[in-house]
Design a protein. Structure first.
Length: 219
């Protein structure tokens, strides 16, 4: 509790009371009472994946648990809770690719095989030809340089070699900028995830026909 109070005080001091109020409202909506909606996109790896070249010469490698430990909240959006969750996902078979520039990790992207995450600790099994791409992040000072798309290209190449055909990803409808970049991909929308929160109780809703599609290997 003390850490949260200190964090709130820091936000007020550095960003102002209005910024704090907006973040407090988002926290209330996420954790106390609210409804949110995610769009599920699906992309066919057998179709041509647009190649993107970053403004930075990048190298890539798979993350280990020790790499997650070195990531902080300020630069990589990793608090202690997120670190533990991510290390558990590595143990369960998820993979995280690190984008490296001049010896520094400047971005990362996660892939979940065999399962798709509706929300933390709530997963559904996927058919064998589908994978779930999630938690892609680029450090603030490197954003706007196509790094996220380059990470996706790297993962797409890796997954095609492993015989995977479809990549799934979700975008929150509140993320207007991300949705805007995907307007041309409306044909790839296969459904939605709706999150309900009520005083600590959480429920994820997906239409039955969408669940059947995600788990049908003949698609």
């Amino acid at each position: 509790m003390g850490n949260k109070i200190n964090r709130f005080s820091k936000i007020i001091k550095e960003e102002g009371f209005l910024s704090f109020l907006l973040k407090a409202l988002r926290y209330f909506n996420k954790n106390i009472f609210g409804i949110s909606k995610l769009v599920i996109f699906e992309f066919d790896l057998e179709q041509s994946v647009p190649r993107v070249v970053s403004d930075f010469p990048l190298s890539f490698r798979m993350a280990l648990g020790k790499d997650i430990d070195l990531m902080d909240e300020e630069h990589y959006d990793y608090d202690q809770y997120a670190k533990q969750y991510s290390k558990n996902r590595l143990i369960k078979g998820d993979r995280c690719v690190l984008a490296i520039y001049n010896g520094t990790v400047i971005g990362y992207g996660w892939v979940m095989k065999d399962y798709m995450e509706l929300s933390q600790y709530n997963h559904i099994r996927l058919c064998k030809n589908k994978v779930y791409f999630y938690r892609c992040f680029v450090r603030k000072e490197y954003r706007g340089n196509k790094i996220e798309r380059v990470i996706y290209n790297y993962l797409a190449d890796m997954l095609k070699k492993e015989g995977k055909r479809f990549v799934l990803l979700t975008v929150n409808t509140s993320n207007k900028s991300a949705l805007k970049t995907k307007e041309k991909d409306k044909k790839n929308i296969i459904g939605y995830i709706i999150h309900f929160n009520f005083f600590g109780l959480h429920y994820d809703y997906v239409k039955k026909k969408v669940l059947q599609y995600l788990q049908n290997s003949e698609n």
